[in-house]
Write a protein that binds this ligand. Structure first.
Ligand SMILES: [Zn+2]
Length: 208
């Protein structure tokens, strides 16, 4: 958001919202910029903050297909001379990759998985009753639990009687934190259901 404020030469977040309301800025264009920033950030995140057993001195990257977080079962793929990419063990790339290049894959584990200070990027889908009202209460709830939104896209229901879906990218410390955050989001009156996106089309329901 800070980058967007700078780039659009506006004063603050409220000024951006006002500009959207007045038709001076297009919401979809701004969301696209926010998503691009989020992508850049997740690609350039300092990998040394990711603590994984047995990878000292190796450059470690988290795979963008399955977004592993501490607490997930994980597998490492040794890239040719460029360190290791970490996938969730149930990512479809792992099963396929282990067949074709078994020598490059290894089971690994998080170091100190409940006490890492880094925040990890997790894509989630929320089916909501009304996107504006929902987004406000979701952002408040996330802040309460030490998380925040770094990417956002809204998908309207296909038919007029269908609920919109918010595609959010949020910051999470570990699996326990994710469960707490998503469980609380699912209890908001404006939220119908909550999913963590896995890889491909797979998602896990966190609605309670
Ligand atoms: Zn993966």
């Amino acid at each position: 958001m800070g980058k967007l404020i700078k780039e659009t030469d506006t004063k603050d977040r409220d000024a951006i919202l006002a500009a959207i309301g007045l038709g001076k800025q297009f919401a979809t264009a701004l969301v696209a910029r926010l998503l691009a920033f989020a992508r850049d950030e997740s690609n350039t995140r300092p990998t040394s903050r990711v603590k994984i057993l047995g990878t000292e001195g190796v450059s470690v990257q988290l795979a963008s297909c399955c977004h592993p977080i501490p607490g997930d079962s994980i597998c490492g793929y040794m890239r040719k001379g460029q360190g290791m990419t970490v996938h969730r063990k149930d990512c479809h790339h792992v099963a396929r990759g282990r067949e074709t290049e078994p020598e490059r894959w290894t089971s690994i584990g998080w170091k100190d998985e409940n006490n890492q200070q880094a925040l990890f990027t997790v894509p989630v889908d929320l089916v909501v009753t009304q996107e504006r009202a929902a987004l406000a209460s979701i952002a408040t709830e996330l802040a309460r639990f030490g998380s925040s939104i770094i990417g956002l896209a809204v998908e309207d229901g296909k038919r007029s009687d269908e609920s919109p879906t918010l595609h959010l990218t949020i910051q999470i410390r570990n699996r326990a934190h994710l469960k707490e955050v998503l469980g609380n989001l699912s209890q908001l009156p404006t939220v119908k259901s909550v999913y963590r996106l896995l890889d491909g089309d797979r998602k896990r329901d966190y609605s309670v």
